[in-house]
Ligand binder design. Sequence first.
Ligand SMILES: Cc1cc2nc3c(=O)[nH]c(=O)nc-3n(C[C@H](O)[C@H](O)[C@H](O)COP(=O)(O)OP(=O)(O)OC[C@H]3O[C@@H](n4cnc5c(N)ncnc54)[C@H](O)[C@@H]3O)c2cc1C
Length: 432
Amino acid sequence: MAWDFETDPEFQEHLDWMDEFVTNEVQPLDLVLDDPYDKSDTAGLELITPLQEQVRERGLWACHLGPELGGPGYGQVKLALMNQILGRSRFAPTVFGCQAPDSGNAEILAHYGSDAQKERYLQPLLDGKISSCYSMTEPQGGADPTMFTTTAVKDGDEWVINGEKWFSSNAKFASFFIVMVVTNPDVSAYEGMSMFIVPAETPGVKIIRNTGIGNETEAEGSHAYMHYDNVRVSNDHLLGDPGAAFAIAQTRLGGGRIHHAMRTIAQVEAAFAMMCERALSRETRNGPLASLGVVQEQIADTWIEIEQFKLLVLRTAWRIDKYNDYRKVRKDISAVKVAMPKVYHDVALRAMHLHGALGVSNEMPFTGMLIASEVMALADGPTEVHKTTVARQVLREHKPVDGLWPSAHIPARKAAAREKYAAYFEREAADH
Ligand SMILES: Cc1cc2nc3c(=O)[nH]c(=O)nc-3n(C[C@H](O)[C@H](O)[C@H](O)COP(=O)(O)OP(=O)(O)OC[C@H]3O[C@@H](n4cnc5c(N)ncnc54)[C@H](O)[C@@H]3O)c2cc1C
């Protein structure tokens, strides 16, 4: 297997351009605008739209898409390198046309949508003209989707949706919702759930409240508690086949998880850079913090942890490109999903601590990073669930042995090894 850690020179040029563009043009937006998803913020759009134009001219718009959807089809390794830059700014994914949840929703519309659905929902989404929401989690069922109770019942040519969902991110900005519902309660949840596209203006679609994360106010919050009350949609709003919701959800979540991880690299590198700066500039009576062994140990541990995480993400990206089938890389993606919040949390906590009182203040980003790391540990599935996936997949690569392990097997293995190298041992005995 050949490992090459350099990318080709033409793509490196794109990365260099992105590096400068994100630092100088996009990161400042984080300091003056509120929400990258708010398409009603005309002042914000005035600043964002010309930047999006530059990205399009450069051929870097919606790079997660294949050529059939107008993207360059770079593949995940190149996307990993790009996302490590985009992850520095809340606004960068919007400026580059690859923001969640729209990117994942576009992926499933492209895969499973009818021509009419693609024209009505996918195209304006890809053009950045509308926003969307993925509405799956329910108050009584999150990590375990078999607990979902929202239903869609057929009534002539229409379906009637009833139930509640929560943590439906960006509902308040969305033009349409992709909603996962039970359509056949008589079979297993894996065969009895379907996906619907529900336009936001459909009667009965109600946002009860917008939940904020951490100390966000309700006005700032964007994770909606939704009621779907007798919501009627025609049959052509079914996305994919009836009963296909689980397969559709997996198509969406695989890509989403690895892209979050790629962007998390940028966040941990930013926290680490601040940590190093602080260590070098903060003086104690014996010299800078960086001269203390305990601080050096933290710097070394953190650098090693970040590099290990980057390699895991890049290798997983490489395997996705190689196999082109998310089912074959479930273990790798789940491993990344487990590692991501841990490294984010550990690095943010160490950086925060090294900054002393300033570290816990709202003038530094660390408290927000700690909450963001916990969000990463929950959204798209809790850590424990992904550890179970990793363990199950790993254990499939091994088999049980007969009898007592290891005592029954070690003597037999030793004897077999002695026999294999018998000639060597005989020669050695003769020589002495
Ligand atoms: C900021 C944010 C944005 C989100 N956006 C969306 C969105 O846009 N659309 C959407 O549909 N959902 C969204 N979610 C919901 C997210 O997908 C769920 O939070 C997640 O699936 C976990 O479900 P839950 O919160 O109900 O936790 P629960 O299922 O109640 O799990 C709680 C805890 O129980 C333990 N646990 C649960 N199951 C197991 C198990 N099998 N083995 C071991 N331990 C277990 C774990 O410790 C877990 O953390 C979002 C969540 C957050 C925080």
